[in-house]
Design a protein around this ligand. Structure first.
Ligand SMILES: Cc1cc2nc3c(=O)[nH]c(=O)nc-3n(C[C@H](O)[C@H](O)[C@H](O)COP(=O)(O)O)c2cc1C
Length: 378
């Protein structure tokens, strides 16, 4: 029996008040018991191991992939990105520190060495802008720590690696010559006012609404890329950017992919472009950071959706439940790795001007904003 048929049967059964009531009573009783303590919760998850097993497997697969790629030259290297960011934060601390990062400067040079090695290979796919950022930050670090005994050995090693790089070889062609000549190191923010006023921002936020009806006008990829250029400016933990935006605009693929989640029922065939936002757990050595894929991808997705509005496109975020049959179907359809997890889908297109948009009332500020609140147990 296919998944859609099972779903329909479940929905029909739950539409009967007595079935629904019994189901809800059983659920309530079960969670009342299993949530009564951490031990009870742990016992429940031991006997119901399949609930989060895909996520657990994904987290471990991500850790394995993280370690496997440490000494490999990759287009983008998570460990190098993280450590470069730690160094740039160290450089901007107040008061200035004469020496810091002793515990990780050695491994940073390992990661840098691997990236430079990859870059020097012919037909390398290394992200030149990322490598240039690492090179500039390391140069600033060794300029700051010049003469410090503890870093002398690292400094010598850095000089050897840097010798193989000429500054011009790290000027990505996408940068203007003046931009390429600016070192990618901490800079002073200045006091210019925001280029966007509050009223403009508020108006943009009111204009962006979830749109489910689109015209059949083709979506120019240039517009999607413009919006993605805004999305990538979103903050991410340690600047890892642990996501990919998989954009599907092939008319044969779109309905296939847009039809996978539950939430597109009734309008999946009307979606011109579907984006699958995928989080990559291979960015982390520790499970403590496993939520960052959801946080970082969501921040970028929000920027993406705002930017889409500014280039004349509309969007609708689509829920991705942690539901094994759908996870399997999506992973098989897109060829996702075990350490990659869909975060959400985003439908994109030109809004149908006569298509209706849900009102979706927002909460009043007082219901979700609390200044200085500390709950006390009574
Ligand atoms: C993470 C997320 C998941 C969503 N999932 C769906 C979905 O599966 N199907 C759908 O039609 N809308 C979905 N939406 C859109 C919401 O229904 C919508 O954002 C909400 O009602 C607020 O309306 P607005 O976006 O117009 O402000 C989702 C939104 C978010 C942020």
């Amino acid at each position: 029996m296919d998944l859609k048929r099972v779903k329909t049967l479940i929905y029909r059964a739950l539409a009967r008040p007595r079935v629904r009531k019994s189901y809800e009573m059983a659920q309530e009783a079960m969670v009342a018991t299993t949530s009564s303590s951490r031990l009870a919760s742990h016992a429940f998850h031991t006997v119901a191991p399949l609930r989060f097993s895909r996520e657990q497997h994904a987290v471990l697969s991500g850790q394995r992939a993280y370690y496997a790629q440490l000494d490999q030259a990759r287009r983008s290297a998570p460990a190098l990105r993280r450590n470069t960011h730690r160094l740039e934060k160290g450089l901007l601390m107040r008061p200035p520190r004469p020496v810091f990062a002793l515990e990780y400067i050695g491994e940073t040079l390992d990661f840098f060495d691997a990236a430079v090695g990859g870059f020097l290979l012919e037909e390398s796919e290394i992200d030149v802008a990322e490598l240039r950022w690492a090179a500039d930050v390391l140069a600033a670090y060794f300029a700051r720590t010049e003469g410090q005994k503890e870093v002398a050995e690292h400094h010598n090693r850095y000089k050897k690696i840097a010798l193989s790089l000429s500054p011009s070889s790290l000027s990505p062609s996408s940068l203007s010559p003046s931009e390429a000549s600016e070192p990618k190191v901490p800079y002073k923010r200045g006091s210019q006012p925001s280029p966007v006023t509050y009223d403009q921002m508020l108006a943009l936020s009111m204009r962006r609404r979830s749109v489910r009806w689109f015209t059949d006008q083709e979506v120019d990829r240039k517009l999607i890329d413009q919006a993605l250029a805004v999305a990538r400016q979103a903050p991410t933990a340690c600047n890892r950017m642990p996501y990919e935006f998989l954009v599907y605009d092939d008319p044969e693929l779109v309905p296939l992919i847009a039809g996978i989640p539950f939430g597109t029922g009734g309008y999946s065939d009307n979606i011109p472009v579907i984006v699958v936002v995928v989080g990559q757990l291979s960015n982390y050595f520790s499970p403590r950071d496993r939520h960052a894929i959801y946080v970082d991808s969501s921040l970028a997705s929000m920027s993406f959706m705002f930017a889409l509005e500014t280039v004349g496109l509309a969007s609708c975020a689509i829920n991705w439940p942690d539901f094994e049959p759908l996870e399997r179907k999506m992973a098989n359809t897109l060829g996702l790795d075990r350490s990659e997890r869909p975060i959400m889908l985003i439908a994109v297109g030109h809004a149908d001007p006569v298509g209706e948009v849900a009102f979706s009332q927002k909460k009043e500020l007082d219901t979700f904003r609390h200044y200085n609140r500390i709950r006390t147990s009574d």
